[in-house]
Design a protein around this ligand. Structure first.
Ligand code: AMP
Ligand code: GLY
Length: 421
């Protein structure tokens, strides 16, 4: 079985790591991958958004299953591209259609979807350059904090939360009139602020049936105590202690079921992962956002808790037979702590030699590359250390023990992952 994984981060490394454990012994290809995936399979130097390039390698290597890691190729329609090509149409893909990917690609599309299907979320209004004046007056009537969201993909930077009215007005103007986030902020959603604790729910669907995967909590801010700029994610844990049975039942009844029924009744083709960003307000779940892929670094703590053969699970998904799978979840606690390059999420340098990786357990490669046999940093989020235990303290301790053995110039990681649990 030949499997191609698209992407190059810790999420994709983790997919490969778990796929490599399959008794089917799949041959793995990763486009473009990182220094870690090169040890688990064959890296192919093709960008996940170069669809013609992907076609060539898929045919050249006779790929039999494609797993799409990141959102950008999905939003740009990689699944539709494959479906429309007679040479590629038969190859199963894990990832939604372009239309399905709009759940992440357009905040307004997602909000309208939730409204249509009675899925609990923050109240909102959306504005364009043409209706900027209305947006500014709307802000005057709305209570702070003001939540402003660029409609399109902005690499996690498109959400701005401000307490001050004049700052909020300036931000709205910058987004709409000055195209602060380019095309992504041609439209801006202004949302009611929700006060609560966040958690993430992952659902795998074959288009008809679905399975709810382990819940996770990620730590998005760069600074300890959840302060400073937003990042792609500085760490994650699973399970989530406050997601007890009663709360999970609410998530299933009020969010997951209506989301799955909504995709079907709207005739949105969707095979793959739905990542539902939730906030617990009082005792109730509300949806903050949809993503159309797994999370990074949440994948690093979710996939290890799934005891099933991951390849079999993905094959069943592609074949529309997910209802035949008996999902087995490991009770143990899993954590991951991300080490980044100094300066991230703003400017940072690459090419720093990474030392100590061989003496550390369960290191997940993200922004790494191997140059002349020397492991070097190649991105903002460089690697993460995954820990396992009977409880979160044990798991997190293992993550930190592993990270303490690693060094590169400018290494930074949060020392407080899991502090709030
Ligand atoms: P998003 O990209 O939509 O996930 O938003 C990024 C982050 O902004 C979320 O993880 C939340 O921490 C925060 N956020 C987004 N929407 C809201 C909201 N309506 N109320 C409070 N916080 C929010
Ligand atoms: N860790 C958040 C994300 O993958 O979007």
């Amino acid at each position: 079985m030949k499997v191609l994984v698209l992407g190059s981060g810790g999420r994709e490394y983790t997919f490969c790591y778990q796929l490599a454990k399959s008794p089917q012994q799949p041959q793995l290809f990763i486009a473009p991958g990182n220094a870690g995936t090169a040890q688990l399979g064959t890296n192919l130097s093709v960008s996940p958004t170069d669809f013609e390039g992907l076609k060539q390698v898929v045919l050249a290597h006779a790929i039999e299953l494609v797993v799409v890691g990141p959102e950008v190729p999905l939003v740009e329609g990689v699944v539709d591209f494959f479906a429309a090509d007679p040479h590629l149409a038969q190859i199963p893909m894990i990832g939604p259609s372009r239309l399905g990917a709009e759940l992440e690609g357009s905040k307004e599309f997602a909000k309208a979807f939730m409204q249509r299907h009675n899925i609990p979320t923050a109240a909102y209004k959306s504005f364009t350059k043409e209706t900027l004046a209305e947006g500014l007056s709307y802000l005057e009537t709305a209570p702070p904090p003001y939540v402003l969201k660029a409609d399109g993909l902005a690499a996690g930077k498109g959400v701005v939360i401000l307490n001050d009215l004049s700052e909020a007005k300036a931000e709205l103007t910058a987004m709409l009139a000055d195209a602060k986030f380019g095309e992504a902020s041609q439209k801006v959603v202004i949302e009611e602020f929700l006060d609560g604790i966040e958690l993430s729910c992952f659902v795998l669907t074959d288009g008809e049936s679905y399975q709810i995967l382990p819940m996770a909590k990620d730590y998005k801010r760069i600074g300890e105590g959840d302060t400073g700029l937003n990042t792609g994610g500085m760490g994650a844990v699973s399970p989530v202690p406050f997601a007890d049975d009663a709360f999970m039942q609410k998530i299933k009844d009020r969010v997951v079921e209506p989301t799955m029924r909504g995709l079907q009744s709207d005739e949105i083709p969707y095979v793959g992962f739905v990542f539902i960003g939730l906030i617990k307000v009082g005792d109730d779940p509300k949806v903050i956002e949809y993503n159309v892929r797994m999370g990074d670094p949440e994948t690093q703590v979710v996939l290890p808790r799934i005891q099933n053969d991951l390849l079999e699970l993905l094959q069943a998904t592609a074949a529309g037979k997910l209802n035949e799978i008996d999902l087995q979840i490991d009770a143990q606690a899993v954590s991951t702590v991300v080490a980044v390059s100094g300066g991230y999420p703003e400017g940072y340098e690459k090419g720093k030699a990474i030392k100590g990786i061989d003496s550390a357990d369960f290191i997940v490669h993200a922004g790494t590359t191997s140059i002349d046999g020397i492991l070097k940093t190649n991105g903002g989020r460089v690697l993460s250390a995954t820990g396992f235990g009977d409880n979160h303290n044990q798991a997190i301790e293992q993550s930190y023990k592993a990270l303490s053995k690693i060094n590169y110039e400018g290494i930074y990681y949060r020392k407080d992952i899991g502090f709030d649990l």
